[in-house]
Design a protein around this ligand. Structure first.
Ligand SMILES: Cc1ncc(COP(=O)(O)O)c(C=O)c1O
Length: 392
């Protein structure tokens, strides 16, 4: 019988998706399991897409994306991160953040190579490595007092002659942890010393609460690295501009990888949709005001949920510096999937189970606090009540 390839079968289902599939069949669920806000895409971006359609942006574009969008991205990096990039050779527009991951991992791993991933982390990093018949190895961040920190000794110990890639996410999904400058420098030093590719997933860089002012980005690794370093940054319009359904992102990489990713794009999606690329240009140029308003709301939501969770028995939760997640640890919790399922069935609150995020994730749950305040209030009340009678 013709069979599905074992290399495809060994890629596990996302356990966030598994929980969501159950929740989607239910009525009245407070949906805090996905990483998205329930605010629709701002009107000025929708209008830009409509205008682009009318102007005829319905044809194929360059594999690397419209030259104008890449120029706007280079301007954006200069303005927001203080980094100079060559739009022609160092930036590639992709059909989402996850496609940026997919194509860039494809460019740097051979079958059998090993990739180290700092976890807990969004499961798509590991799954994209597995899809290339390479091996993901998890290095959990350590919770030290009130902050997660990178276990550099564990990284050094895990490096073998097959290690090619080191992936981290800052700001992190699910932790909200943000790499310090010193941590970035150390990661870069390790990558240089061992000839590894260093991949930074920076899709949450604008959702940062520790800057001099709200709106300052979490510092990109591109500030520390030279353009000749083996560094790849994956990025997205999804989170900053509430554009999850539009499927557009980008990557910044050393010229050889950017060139190869551009060519491979032809065989994967060819390019992001033309009119969506035009709308993305508008988002980059006009987006700061709306983003500012969203950040105020997100920070208030974070503080509200933090305070509520810290009142609950057995719950420990560090204050995150970025993204829009809380990742509380629940004392005695051994099976976060079973816990989330029961919470969903009994209270109609949908959370993502910590086990979905790899090593270091079990025993916690992820709460996305980008929902409206009244939804969060109900959710916190129900979680608190559930925890009082849940039998571990
Ligand atoms: C860490 C991280 N990277 C990348 C993405 C992908 O974003 P998108 O594919 O919507 O552009 C997500 C989405 O949840 C994420 O959490």
């Amino acid at each position: 019988m013709a069979m599905v390839a074992s290399s495809a079968l060994q890629v596990p289902q996302s356990r966030i998706r598994e929980l969501a599939e159950i929740a989607m069949k239910m009525e009245g669920v407070l949906r805090l399991y996905f990483g998205e806000s329930n605010i629709p895409t701002p009107d000025y971006i929708k209008q830009a897409a409509l205008k682009a359609l009318e102007e005829g942006y319905t044809f194929y574009t360059e594999n690397a994306g419209l030259p104008g969008l890449r120029r706007d991205l280079a301007d954006y990096y200069r303005r927001i991160q203080g980094v100079e990039l060559d739009p022609q050779s160092e930036i590639v527009v992709t059909g989402s953040g996850v496609q940026a991951l997919n194509v860039s991992i494809r460019c740097v791993l051979n079958p059998g190579d090993e990739a180290l991933i700092l976890t807990p982390s969004w499961p798509n990093h590991s799954s994209n490595v597995s899809m290339d018949n390479a091996v993901p190895l998890h290095i959990p961040l350590l919770l030290q007092e009130e902050r997660y920190a990178i276990d550099f000794d564990a990284i050094e110990l895990a490096i073998t002659s097959r290690t090619r890639l080191l992936i981290y996410t800052s700001p992190s999904n699910p932790l909200g942890w943000v790499a310090t400058e010193e941590e970035q420098e150390k990661l870069l030093e390790i990558a240089r010393r061992h000839d590894l590719w260093l991949m930074a997933d920076e899709v949450y860089d604008r959702l940062y609460y520790r800057g001099l002012k709200l709106g300052d980005p979490a510092p990109s690794i591109l500030r520390k690295s030279s353009r000749d370093d083996a560094v790849i940054v994956t990025q997205s319009f999804s989170k900053t501009y509430c554009m999850t359904g539009w499927r557009i992102g980008w990557l910044v990489a050393r010229r050889d990888v950017a060139e190869k990713a551009t060519q491979l794009n032809e065989f994967i999606v060819s390019h992001a949709p033309s009119f969506v690329q035009r709308a993305a240009q508008t988002a980059l140029v006009q987006g700061e005001e709306e983003l500012g308003r969203m950040l105020v709301r997100l920070k208030e939501n974070r503080d509200f949920c933090l305070a509520a969770l810290r009142q609950m028995p057995g719950v420990t939760v560090p204050s995150p510096d970025g993204a829009f997640y809380l990742f509380p640890k629940i004392e005695g919790l051994k099976d976060s999937f079973a816990f989330c399922r029961k919470l969903l069935e009994e209270t109609r609150v949908g959370l993502a189970p910590g086990v979905a995020f790899g090593a270091g994730g079990e025993g916690s749950v992820r709460i996305c606090y980008a929902a409206e305040r009244q939804i969060l209030e109900q959710a916190m009340e129900r979680i608190g009540r559930f925890l009082r009678y849940f039998q571990f």
